[in-house]
Write a protein that binds this ligand. Structure first.
Ligand SMILES: *Cc1c(COP(=O)(O)O)cnc(C)c1O
Length: 429
């Protein structure tokens, strides 16, 4: 374990998490079992009391899932992680682990649509309110959203679908001045391009459905804790971690588990009571994806930059949004936080608007129309016709989505072929 901490990211992608002992499976095995056997009643009782570590029921913990969580924790430079059944479950648990009815969070408004709904519509039904702020606003402006009952600040490293780059240090400063953790959804950047803990974030979440899996085979999520947030220093704000848990014989998580408190509570309490674990088979698939993450992500970025430059220079294209382009609003922030590349997702619009964009998509050859981003295959989506179909042009603009916006997720095929497919579709317009 000591030695593994010194490994570089590419090595962690391959070697992290599972370490086979003599005669064991070299490849991470799939423990497709709900349950685990013990020899005495007392052995099992000690597990239930959190006195011994061990597996007993897969809703609480499973060796395959744990190995993958450990690998991702190492990739992010955190102390512990928990895999969830989806990215949405990861976002929900990251908040519910420290918030209850009567609490409040502050979130960037530049976030994934599902998370926007979770924070804006579903969590309020549970008594947790959210104030959305423009992530580009000044510290003073963002500060105004904080209340005495605020428990977390949330943002995305690179937002989906807006592709805004977050000033993570600015956000960390604001969060810490207010005595709350900064939670970052790092799905689009992945730890290969950005490790938010190095910029002051406290907790990181992912939809592992995207680049981490990379092949569009499983839906999953993960929560990683840096172990850096001092819950005991803000004892009154976080009673769930700093006062006795009646459902666990009065354990005080922050006292008993120290830096492991946040993830231990998420496992022992939230997973126990609400489920949302991934299947071990899905974690096995995710692990296969992680084994090549360090090879795929640079290729996605290299391809996307070439495609973005091609679109930028084509007179038929009205606008292109990609933070790797020098004239992009977020270029300077991307240079700081994502010096090796950002992600493979680009958005752009065709001159002629909505109708032209639809025609263009229908004319594509191997680039496919799917509701997905961030996997090996290049794909497109037209939010105005698909995910946001019910909205008028006016409503779309209010939601920050241009009616002509095409979201292009550049894959890892040969970039010449990707550009040729786009070219031939434009020629048919
Ligand atoms: C897709 C996505 C999610 C939701 O993840 P699911 O795995 O689809 O539940 C959350 N955040 C971001 C940034 C995403 O792209």
């Amino acid at each position: 374990m000591e030695k593994q901490n010194k490994m570089n990211l590419g090595t962690v992608c391959i070697q992290g998490g599972w370490k086979a002992k003599k005669g064991e499976s070299q490849v991470l095995p799939i423990y497709q079992s709900t349950t685990f056997k013990y020899e005495t009643s007392d052995q099992m009782a000690r597990l239930f009391d959190l006195e011994d570590e061990g597996y007993f029921y897969t809703r609480l913990a499973n060796p395959t899932n744990d190995a993958v969580a450990k690998k991702i924790a190492k990739l992010e430079g955190g102390v512990a992680a928990i895999c969830t059944s989806s990215g949405q479950a990861a976002s929900m648990y990251a908040i519910l682990n420290i918030c209850g009815a009567g609490d409040h969070i502050v979130s960037s408004c530049n976030i994934y649509g599902g998370t926007f709904n979770l924070f804006g519509v579903t969590l309020p039904k549970l008594g947790i309110e959210c104030t959305f702020i423009d992530s580009d606003a000044s510290e003073e402006e963002i500060q105004k959203a904080f209340r005495p009952n605020t428990k977390a600040l949330f943002g995305e490293t690179i937002s989906n679908p807006g592709l805004a780059v977050l000033d993570i240090e600015k956000f960390a400063n604001i969060a810490h001045k207010n005595g709350v953790p900064l939670i970052i959804d790092n799905t689009f950047a992945t730890p290969i391009n950005c490790r938010p803990f190095e910029w002051g974030a406290d907790i990181v979440t992912h939809s592992t459905t995207k680049y981490m899996d990379g092949h569009a085979t499983q839906v999953g999520g993960v929560i990683v804790d840096s172990g850096n947030f001092d819950w005991m220093a803000h004892k009154d704000k976080f009673p769930g971690l700093t006062s006795p848990d009646d459902s666990y014989h009065g354990i005080i998580y922050a006292e008993k588990f120290g830096k492991m408190a946040y993830i231990t509570k998420a496992t022992a309490q939230l997973m126990r009571d609400m489920g949302s674990i991934p299947s071990p088979f899905n974690c096995f698939l995710l692990n296969l994806g992680l084994e090549t993450l360090h090879l795929r992500v640079p290729r996605h970025c290299e391809n996307a930059l070439k495609v973005a430059k091609f679109l930028h220079d084509d007179p038929r294209i009205a606008w292109v949004n990609y933070c790797g382009l020098e004239d992009n609003k977020y270029y300077a922030l991307a240079q700081k936080y994502l010096p090796n590349g950002s992600c493979g997702v680009i958005s752009f619009g065709l001159k002629g608007g909505r109708e032209e964009s639809i025609k263009f998509m229908d004319n594509l050859d191997f680039i496919s129309i799917v509701t997905h981003v961030a996997d090996a295959r290049t794909c497109v989506l037209h939010p105005a016709s698909h995910t946001h179909r019910q909205l008028s042009d006016e409503q779309l603009r209010e939601a920050g989505i241009a009616p002509d916006l095409i979201r292009l997720s550049v894959g890892i095929e040969d970039v010449e072929d990707i550009i040729n497919d786009i070219k031939q579709a434009l020629d048919k317009q």
